[in-house]
Structure formats: C-alpha cells, structure tokens
Design a protein. Sequence first.
Length: 104
Amino acid sequence: MFAVVETGGKQYRVAKGACVTLERLPAEVGESVVFERVLLLGAEKDTVVDPSALEKARVRGKVLSQHRGEKLLVFKKRRRKNSRRKNGHRQYLTRVEITEISQG
C-alpha cells in the first residue's frame, strides 16, 4: 500500500517502511509525526481518490534526523552592466521513516 501526502507545499509518494526527506518539520529526532493531508491511497487492486473517504486517512512517521541539504549556488548576472551576484543556499530538511498508513 502507498499514499500521496502533501507537506511543505509539495507532494510525496510514500510507502510503509520508506525513508523520505521532506522540508523541515517542527519535531525533534525520535518524535512521531502525523500527516493528515492525504491526497491518494493506492493498493494492488484499487486506488482511493475520493475526498470524503480520505478525510479519515492518516500517515504516521518517525523523525530520523534534522539536517541541511547540499549548498546550491545562486548566480545572477546582468550582461553588459558589470553587475554580478553570487549567493549560496542550504535548505533545512527532515528525514522521516514512514511507520503506518491507515485508511481510518
């Protein structure tokens, strides 16, 4: 069984036992998190996309780590103007292991 959950403005396809890297969640390492915004539930035989059926669906996970992603360079240049800007960015991330997918 798998599910599609929305968190941090993005959608992720998750399955039980999978480890997923998400945008930062306000939880400590070892804590349990619940994703209430489930958009789709899928199995081998059928798929559930009905919003009324998905209201009770929950996906639970356990926070494995809080870390930062790789550095991305942001380079902006205006040609023929002698103007250049170079910045770096590192996104805050949370690694979560999916422990349970329930239909409610």
